[in-house]
Design a binder for this molecule. Sequence first.
Ligand SMILES: *[C@@H]1O[C@H](CO)[C@@H](O)[C@H](O)[C@H]1NC(C)=O
Length: 302
Amino acid sequence: MASPPPPPFSCFLCLLWLSMISLAIVSTNATPPKKPIDVPFHKNYVPTWAYDHIRYFNGGKEIQLVLDKSTGTGFQSKGSYLFGHFSMQIKLVPGDSAGTVTAFYLSSQNSEHDEIDFEFLGNRTGQPYIVQTNVFTGGKGDREQRHYLWFDPTKDYHSYSILWNMYQIVFFVDDVPIRMFKNSKELGVRYPFNQPMKLYSSLWNADDWATRGGLEKTDWSKAPFVASYRGFHIDGCEASVEAKFCATQGMRWWDQKDFQDLDGWQYRRLQWVHNKYTIYNYCNDRSRYPTLPPECHRDRDI
Ligand SMILES: *[C@@H]1O[C@H](CO)[C@@H](O)[C@H](O)[C@H]1NC(C)=O
């Protein structure tokens, strides 16, 4: 039997590089999710509708969604997933984006569906975007939170990510958690755990509700409205749409202890966002919820 050839030189370098990275990881206290890897659009996604309103650049490393008077557009992941880390870099519609909504979300495909949403509500030039987040379980949502951002999301790319495991759902903007939804099944709150979800993104006209509650209409003389995307990172447990569990449950990095809760730095950042940038939190809406939803007892102070 021939002995296997020695590994190529480049791989000694990559081993060295890998060990340096793991040293760097071991020596920090914070436990952000693994760094996303940029891949082209086509690796993980396909268009969903209005194919001709998606523009591709650099072999799909960057794309743009285009909204005009005739239609918006959207795309979805090829696979469906039960848990993982999903990240997108987005540069939102610049200039006058009032009335437009850009969304990035996970959703299962059945009637009692689960959903984890980022929605970006446009605004008049120079007025702030709103980020609305929501979590649906078993077909029921009504858990909106709304925040302003601490930067102009139309100037540069920023990353918007979702970490979803058996313990928590965390919404990140860059490295900052802006929302956490803990698994509170012991409080009787349904948690998304047995319905694989696909990722979706879209840009459409929602001037019946989006900006200042529908008061500000889309100015079609400013069309087309363009949102830019890159990154397209998906690191999840891929499962068929009908699957009830993930085959590698408990074995992936996002299942491990470091990702079952936020660390101190992350809690402080979450608190900072909630203190400074919250516009609306369903947990504080006493007219809508005279009795506090059970999960809010846990999450209220953050
Ligand atoms: C748009 O700007 C107005 C005025 O500053 C603000 O009240 C509103 O929250 C902003 N965002 C949206 C999406 O309406």
